[in-house]
Design a binder for this molecule. Sequence first.
Ligand code: SAM
Length: 216
Amino acid sequence: MTEPLAFIRANAMLQAPPLVPEIRLHLASEVLPLWYKTEAELGREGVPPPYWAFAWAGGQALARYILDRGQSHKLPGASVLDFGSGSGLVAIAAAKAGAKSVLAADIDPFAAAAIRQNAIDNGVTIEVTTDDVIGRAGPWDVILIGDMCYERPLAERLTAWLKERARAGTAVLIGDPGRTYFPTSGVEKLATYNVPTSRELEDRDMRETSVYQLTA
Ligand SMILES: C[S@@+](CC[C@H](N)C(=O)[O-])C[C@H]1O[C@@H](n2cnc3c(N)ncnc32)[C@H](O)[C@@H]1O
């Protein structure tokens, strides 16, 4: 097996997501061929999809929001967690918005390698973990969530923990394009964007996507 970083460099191209042109990421255009290649690379089937190779609509909206309006949520100087970081888009945006420290958490080792490389390519410092941090108190002032409500067990576990963190005083910001398991209550809408997407990924060219704050 080649190193995850060599795999990423061979199969993704450095390019800017449409809504966040100031950040460049290693991205791919088609999910299925890359998924098959990942399985071949690891020599097994049933591996998670290569989410790290796409800038999801929720992440794009959240990154745009914190770059433009992060000050309203005290991002400058904050200790930040980007949970389910994927490509690292939201974590990189938080670092660019002036966060004191940023931890990008993603359980996929390919995502961890992509985040590290994308951080270097954007000239920012980000810590990366493949631990599942759900349930931890952590030192975070702000928790950022880009497009994580696509699967019921994960969304339920995540939402319960985020509500607990919000009650403890952490600002929790979520970017979501109306995924099935997005919480229907306890959220305040902050902004809405039309995010250009690919038909291959989302079955449409544009997704209306909002940024929310979780209310305690
Ligand atoms: C749809 S992608 C979103 C990526 C990024 N936030 C964005 O908006 O572009 C979901 C990501 O969550 C990660 N993930 C899934 N379960 C996780 C968990 N328990 N802890 C951390 N990351 C997780 C996946 O590996 C994947 O990279």
